[in-house]
Design a protein around this ligand. Structure first.
Ligand code: COA
Length: 385
């Protein structure tokens, strides 16, 4: 049975910072951000958007009334949870009007969580082929003002509808995964921001990729020429490029050139958004599918997922007939083009705003389809416009 992605979309907040402006404000050479790290714009989330509203805004674009009746599970991969106990998936389930006899829960393992959710969805559909699973990757990627990770922040969500006989791509049964207990990036429960060993996280990412890639080759017999494109988790666009460059010498020049071109297409959106944590791999996939003119039915895409801490996975997908008609390229490009640029003092002010704590109340206004309306007695109330 073919199981995979039937619908796919993303949502990013309507505010961004230009990386040249950030570089000037931080007395850094802009080339470090644009070339060294590979980022041009960075999405900034207003206080009225959290992982619930970002996720609901992403999913509302793709779900039909029939989908809402046929979804059995809502799984949110995130590392920006708003609550230790209640899952964001429960609020998203209500906001989207999904039928009540469904499972809704969160999955956590840094940026890897949504891949675990996707594979769980695939396994569920293999037992329940007439049903559907909604997978959401939603995060606020925040390292803090003036921090080393500041230029690699971002925010946004991905929504993925997993079904049998999917209309975008099938997920192959070839996943190779790896767990290694490492402290390269983590966020203690008391802290608003992560603790990061940047060089170690870069190193672990590359080493993990090398391990799952080598094992995947051994298990499946597939090598670089068998792939039309490779997509990577993209904490910043230079990171995936480093991983790709680490294996390109394994193949001929034509394949190298093809995979590099597809890589550039896969980072087009991320360059203008920044890090989505759990969603970054899938923003890369959407960018590849919507920007590239070279992919066709049957094209094979390899995907590398990495979550600090660390868990990684390499798996492959194959494009199916009619995949282009299922994409929302125009809508996504309009979303990116219609955002408001923030001057650095405005960004710092927006970034520093927080929701009330300890039972205090506040009301907000935001014209986005889903947003936070008010906070009262430690409950977040959401508005649908
Ligand atoms: N022009 C062009 N390139 C420049 C430059 C300039 N003026 N100045 C620096 N660079 C290059 C560096 O050579 C380096 O490239 P390389 O990695 O290919 O060697 C790159 O820009 C980054 O420079 P570096 O000095 O390493 O930056 P940093 O100390 O500010 O750290 C991160 C960068 C990504 C490690 C940091 O932003 C971070 O910790 N981010 C969060 C963690 C993360 O995203 N980890 C990824 C794995 S999950």
């Amino acid at each position: 049975m073919n199981i995979g992605i039937d619908k796919l979309s993303f949502y990013v907040p309507n505010l961004y910072v230009d990386m040249t402006d950030l570089a000037h404000a931080r007395e850094t050479d802009p080339d470090k951000f644009h070339i060294g790290i590979g980022q041009d714009k960075m999405a900034v989330s207003p206080v009225t958007q959290d992982i619930v509203t970002l996720g609901a805004n992403a999913a509302a674009k793709i779900l039909s009334d029939t989908d809402k009746k046929e979804i059995d599970m809502v799984i949110v991969g995130t590392e920006s949870s708003t609550d230790y106990s209640k899952a964001s998936a429960v609020s998203i389930h209500r906001l989207l009007g999904i039928q009540p006899f469904a499972r809704s829960f969160e999955v956590k393992e840094a940026c890897y969580g949504a891949t675990a959710a996707l594979q769980m969805a695939k396994d569920y559909i293999s037992e329940h082929p007439t049903r559907k699973v909604l997978v959401i990757a939603s995060d606020l990627s925040r390292y803090g003002l003036h921090s080393g990770g500041e230029p690699t922040q971002g925010a946004g969500a991905i929504a993925i509808l997993v079904t049998s006989d999917p209309r975008i791509l099938t997920l192959e049964n070839d996943s190779v995964f790896l767990t290694e207990d490492i402290y390269d990036f983590w966020r203690p429960s008391y802290s608003d921001f992560p603790i990061v060993d940047g060089p170690l996280s870069n190193e672990t990412y590359i080493q993990s990729f090398g391990k799952v890639w080598t094992r995947h080759k051994e298990v499946t017999g597939l090598a670089l020429p068998d792939y039309d494109a490779l997509c990577f988790h993209i904490p910043y666009t230079k990171m995936g490029k480093k991983a790709l460059l680490s294996v390109l010498p394994e193949t001929d020049e034509t394949t190298q050139e093809r995979l590099m071109k597809r890589y550039e297409e896969s980072i087009t959106y991320s360059r203008n958004v920044g890090n989505l944590y759990t969603g970054s791999l899938f923003l890369g996939l959407i960018s590849l599918l919507e920007v590239s003119q070279e992919l066709e039915v049957g094209s094979t895409i390899g995907l590398f997922s990495y979550g600090s801490g660390a868990v990684s996975e390499f798996f492959s997908a194959r494009l199916v007939k009619g995949f282009k008609e299922q994409l929302l390229a125009n809508e996504h490009q309009a979303l990116l083009n219609n955002r408001k640029k923030l001057a650095i003092p405005e960004y710092e002010e927006v970034f520093s705003q927080t929701l009330p704590k300890h039972g205090e109340a506040a009301e907000f206004s935001d014209q986005t389809r889903f947003s936070i309306e008010k906070v009262e007695n430690d409950i977040r109330y959401y508005r649908e416009n």
